[in-house]
Design a protein around this ligand. Sequence first.
Ligand SMILES: [Zn+2]
Ligand SMILES: [Zn+2]
Length: 178
Amino acid sequence: MDIQTPDRLVRLAVDLVNTHSRTPEQLTTPADVREFLLEHGEADPIELDEGDLVAVREVRERIRPVFHADPAAAARTLNELLAEYAVRPYLSDHDGSPWHLHVAKPEATWAEWLAATTALGLSSFAAGHGFGAVGVCAAVDCERVYVNPAERRPRRFCSPTCSSRTRVASYRARRAEG
Ligand SMILES: [Zn+2]
Ligand SMILES: [Zn+2]
């Protein structure tokens, strides 16, 4: 349960929200959550039960509005999550790991850890890039979220796929009209 780079925390937040948008639920069992955590750099032992699964999904739904809301509401949501889940940050080199920051309480559940770290990641990201760099895909039938660290290149889509299918659709619509 470590914090490494800020980028990693933002990725964790985006990927967590995108485990369920309009797509089928990806977190259907505790094993799915474990797989998600392993894919995002956490190490075994990762033990989760049905209660953890429910709690992780609840955290996900509390983070989701940050991507949809206006900046003031998004900031309020993040501040609430930080107040509820984050503790005073502290450095640790437990288990022979290099020195790193912890922001969740030592006995945190995985859901609490996800709440604290993703809220911190999104807060730092928004503070650095503005809430304009945090958004929801503009493509029809897609509600995946994204962050855009490339400030000079505005972004509206979650992926090149959504960007190009939107372009193709509007081209066809124009041809149909013309
Ligand atoms: Zn640690
Ligand atoms: Zn999309």
